[in-house]
Structures are given as structure tokens and as C-alpha cells.
Design a binder for this molecule. Structure first.
Ligand code: FES
Length: 162
């Protein structure tokens, strides 16, 4: 989407128009764009700014503040490791470090083959099953470091079916 072809411009314009009557449309506009494209690069932020009159600085601030939004395309499998307090005290740091080591990427990065994105999350509301990890929305409860290699292998080999 980096070059913003005609179809993308049209669709983003439609999304902006959809919320033209709202007082604070930015979150809704960005959510729809994120859902549609999977990320919100600078070119898109500039177009949203042009269509809504909201400054690029404000849009950039929102996109970078919320982990739900992304400036770059995400991998096929998005691994979200909760680093909230409950998960942290149950070993979440070791879990995310293991994913990081096996995938060769730091939190916030996507692997070169485009398969994995590793995200560090704040509390995801599943403290009772800490440490909690999600992969494309599937929840892995009480995950131990020892389980991480098998999980990575299963996504590499068959999309996490095992
Ligand atoms: S701290 Fe991880 S789910 Fe709440």
C-alpha cells in the first residue's frame, strides 16, 4: 500500500467520509483502516489528515500510542506476549525472550520471511491464566518457556494446527 494506488485512496476516503458527522472520528477511522489493510503507514496518515483536517502529528501520536495500530505490515502470525504485572511475575519476560531468540526478532519486529510478528502487550484481561500469549487471537494459557520451541515449530510447519 506504500504508494497508495487509486483503489486505496478511494477506500480510505470512503472510510473518512463514513465518520464525517462524528465529533471525534479519528479512532474509528484508524480502526477501520487497520482492519482493512493491517497497518497504517505515513502516506495513509497524510491522506487521513487531508480528508479530516486532523494534523498528521495527532494521527501519528494515536497510531504509535496504541499497540492495536501498526506503522508496518504485520507477519502472517502475530504473537502477542502479555507483559502486564500478573504475567510478568509468572515468567512472561522469559517467554517473550525465548520467542525473540527463536525468531531472531525483538518485540515490535517482523521476521524477514514475513511469517511472525512479535508484540509485547499490556494486560489483556486474562490474568488468571498468566502468563498469557495470543497468536492470531488464539490464547495460550499459562505458557512456559519450554513450550515455546514446539509452538514456533508448529506454526512454521502447519500454521499452528498442532
Ligand atoms: S497481566 Fe497478563 S493478562 Fe493480565
Amino acid at each position: 500500500m506504500a504508494h497508495l494506488n487509486e483503489a486505496a485512496v478511494k477506500q480510505i476516503t470512503e472510510i473518512c467520509d463514513r465518520y464525517a458527522d462524528e465529533n471525534t472520528p479519528l479512532m474509528m477511522i484508524l480502526s477501520d483502516i487497520q482492519k482493512e489493510y493491517g497497518y497504517i503507514p505515513l502516506e495513509v496518515q497524510e491522506l487521513v489528515s487531508e480528508k479530516t483536517g486532523i494534523s498528521v502529528a495527532e494521527i501519528y501520536g494515536v497510531v504509535t500510542f496504541y499497540s492495536f495500530f501498526s506503522l508496518k505490515p504485520k507477519g502472517k502470525y502475530v504473537i502477542g506476549c502479555c507483559l502486564g504485572t500478573a504475567c510478568y511475575v509468572k515468567g512472561a519476560q522469559q517467554v517473550i525472550d525465548k520467542f525473540s531468540e527463536l525468531l531472531g526478532i525483538a518485540p515490535g519486529e517482523t521476521s524477514e520471511d514475513g511469517l511472525f510478528t512479535l508484540d509485547a502487550l499490556r494486560c489483556i484481561g486474562a490474568c488468571g491464566i498468566a502468563p498469557a500469549v495470543t497468536i492470531n487471537g488464539k490464547v495460550y494459557p499459562k505458557l512456559s518457556v519450554n513450550q515455546v520451541p514446539e509452538i514456533v515449530k508448529s506454526y512454521r510447519e502447519n500454521g499452528g494446527a498442532n
